[in-house]
Design a protein around this ligand. Structure first.
Ligand code: IMP
Length: 285
């Protein structure tokens, strides 16, 4: 019924938490045998025996809701109901990486998966892990243009080691999933005996990474590892190994933080799910 309810439902869906929407009304007042006031909490989580009522309302309306809630608790003491204010919901969503757009709607983004603060924190963690694992070495970070530029810029500053940074560019030919790849810009550093770390924005089918691995392995590095910010593992078609992963993501098309759709959205500071085309727009195409 309400966008906040949709956000909360998405969060529960993502974490595979069962819920029922408005499954039960609690009568609060009667006029003879007729119920004149009742309370219908928005969500019920059967596994937790817990009801949730979301409220995004103004304070004076919340006061009335609170009064109703007190009555429910008096009349139905065995029932667990929790009121979630907008700020509670925002905190919850932020904590689980669904940070809402704090009321601002951005064209093209259906919802935020990982907000800016969360992305930055995760990239710092990856940088710290790489720093520890490569202590005493001078690794070569190899990024694949163009989606990786934002991630690479942040990651390399989060690595507290002398590093070298390289960029490659590849093209894709042919039909989707039958395509072949070709390197149009290769690394210029001699990789023989060096520790190479491929940095990717997203591992989807994994075909790009498998190709890159083979291509770079032929240059004789001392080691070759892969760091992918996002892992859409449900779509994987290869068994390419990811040594460092920022976030697992569901099978949805994501944009922002370097990732594009038709060349746009790379400059969004967060990672969001692309807004699907309106059914009308699809029909018109
Ligand atoms: P793969 O070869 O299928 O693993 O695809 C890797 C490349 O596809 C990535 O480097 C991205 O450029 C692109 N890609 C895959 N999924 C997405 C997405 O959800 N958003 C934006 N680009 C994507």
């Amino acid at each position: 019924m309400h966008p906040s309810e949709k956000e909360f439902a998405d969060l529960l869906d993502y974490y595979q938490i069962n819920y029922l929407y408005e499954p039960r009304s609690f009568p609060l007042r009667w006029d003879g045998s007729r119920v004149v006031e009742m309370f219908t909490p928005d969500f019920y989580l059967p596994e937790y025996d817990q009801y949730f009522e979301l409220t995004t309302m103004k304070q004076n309306l919340v006061t009335q809701k609170n009064r109703k809630l007190r009555r429910v608790r008096e009349m139905y003491p065995e029932v667990n109901v929790q009121l979630l204010y907008r700020k509670d919901l925002m905190r919850l969503m932020g904590k689980y990486g669904f940070g809402p757009l704090s009321g601002v709607s951005v064209e093209g983004t259906e919802r935020v998966l990982f907000d800016e603060a969360l992305v930055q924190r995760r990239v710092r963690e990856l940088g710290a892990q790489i720093t520890e694992d490569y202590a005493g070495e001078e690794p070569v970070l190899i990024g694949v243009l163009r989606g990786v530029v934002v991630f690479m810029a942040d990651l390399m500053r989060a690595v507290d080691l002398p590093v070298q940074v390289e960029f490659m560019e590849i093209t894709h030919y042919g039909e989707e999933r039958q395509e072949s790849l070709d390197v149009i810009r290769d690394v210029t550093t001699d990789l023989s005996g060096r520790h190479a770390l491929v940095v990717e924005d997203i591992a989807d089918t994994g075909l790009t990474l498998r190709y890159l691995r083979e291509h770079l392995q032929a240059k004789g590095p001392a080691s070759l590892r892969v760091c992918a910010l996002l892992d859409k593992s449900v779509r994987r078609m290869t068994n390419v190994r990811l040594d460092y992963v920022g976030f697992e993501i569901p099978d949805e098309f994501v944009i922002g933080y370097g990732l594009d759709y038709g060349g746009r959205y790379r400059n969004l500071p967060y990672i969001g799910v692309l807004q699907p085309l309106e059914p009308k727009a699809v029909a018109q195409r």
